[in-house]
Write a protein that binds this ligand. Structure first.
Ligand code: TXA
Ligand code: MG
Length: 348
């Protein structure tokens, strides 16, 4: 199948492809999603196939307005209304209990709840309105790879497997939305994102966090959390603070193997021994770093000689919580001491 690139003026064509049961990737303010008509069972099944995604991992319903949520949920908690008022459209996904027979098992992974999101992207909101139904959309990457923040990332992973990509340039936030479960007594953050715990608590009061690493045989709260994520081909070595950067660079250089450096401009300025082609800039703040992280991991995936990536950490406050959550996943949850780094290299 030829994968078309749709521009903003071709939204009617993209909507027609969705209505015909085809898959169309769409932009959001977080990452690109892989869209299908949520009410078309065959189309939703194709999403799992195209991504290579395990079918027990439920999908987010992207909606253009609150009415679509009202039509589907059994119980619309006050807290949901307050959060929607404060953060929609935006990077907060809300899990609520469904009315019976609203969406299929293929969408919900067999759960009695579903995740709703109103993305802050005008082209995609117009696309959902043109279709007239919610669009399911996991991130539009091959399962296990970093989420796409550019249309070309989607094209790289899914060309030939999907009907088209609605291209609206680079995404803004760069990390997937915050997922908040509102189906329990106390709301729980299942995935951290740009809308932080403090942001949410300022609106609805105290909530909980549940982002522990879920083992493959555990029944996870957010099923997606048990799968390997964001894994580049190289081993990511997190350099937790800028103070350790010079030591990490010296150590990696002494191994006489090409390595990549994913860091802020300030740290890259110290990396004089690393060729420009093996450096990828995270800009200079945690915001720019979040926007660039997945593109950086993908950049080094195109360089098979790179077996190790030194990646800069940020303090786990504000957006840093979500950034470090994704960076730790890309590193396989591992931190290395200098001795362990050495062991790592001797294994190549
Ligand atoms: O920013 C985003 O959220 C992007 C864009 C495209 O909207 N989407 C995204 O979707 O990241 P996905 O499928 O890659 O991640 C959705 C997460 C998964 O971890 C999934 O297990 C969880 O949300 N999830 C979905 N429905 C759920 C439910 N009913 N209960 C618990 N977790 C759920
Ligand atoms: Mg994903």
């Amino acid at each position: 199948m030829e994968t078309k690139i749709y521009t903003r003026t071709q939204i009617p064509e993209a909507a027609a492809a969705l209505a015909a049961g085809e898959l169309v990737a769409f932009p959001t303010e977080t990452v690109y999603g892989l869209g299908a008509d949520a009410t078309n069972e065959a189309a939703v099944k194709k999403v799992y196939q195209a991504k290579g995604r395990p079918s027990d991992n439920p999908l987010i319903l992207h909606v253009a307005d609150v009415a679509a949520v009202e039509a589907a949920v059994a119980d619309f908690p006050d807290k949901a209304r307050q959060l929607i008022k404060a953060f929609w459209p935006g990077s907060l996904t809300l899990i609520m209990t469904l009315k019976p027979n609203t969406f299929s098992k293929t969408v919900t992974g067999g759960l009695s709840t579903a995740a709703f999101r109103n993305p802050n992207n005008a082209a995609t909101l117009a696309l959902i309105k043109a279709l007239g139904r919610p669009i399911v959309g996991p991130s539009a990457n091959t399962s296990g790879k970093p989420s796409p923040t550019l249309a070309k990332h989607v094209y790289h992973d899914l060309k030939g497997k999907i009907a088209g990509i609605l291209d609206d340039g680079p995404t803004g936030v760069g990390l997937e939305s915050t997922v908040l479960d509102l189906s329990t007594e106390t709301p729980v953050i299942l995935r951290p994102g740009a809308v932080t715990k403090a942001d949410i608590e300022a609106v609805i009061g105290s909530i909980e966090n549940n982002q522990h690493h879920v083992a493959a045989d555990e029944i996870p709260k957010a099923p997606g959390m048990k799968y390997k994520h964001y894994a580049p081909n190289a081993q990511v070595v997190i350099v937790p603070t800028p103070a350790e950067f010079q030591a990490a660079l010296d150590w990696a250089t002494a191994q006489h193997q090409p390595f990549g450096v994913l860091a802020t401009d300030q740290q890259l300025a110290q990396a004089t021994q690393v060729s420009a082609a093996n450096q990828f800039s995270l800009g200079d703040t945690v915001e720019t770093a979040s926007r660039a992280l997945f593109a950086g991991l993908r950049y080094f995936d195109l360089k098979p000689e790179i077996k190790l990536i030194l990646a800069e950490g940020f303090p786990k406050t504000g957006l840093g919580v979500a950034y470090m959550n994704r960076l730790e996943k890309s590193a396989g949850q591992k931190y290395f001491s200098k001795d362990e780094w050495l062991m790592l290299y001797s294994n190549y």
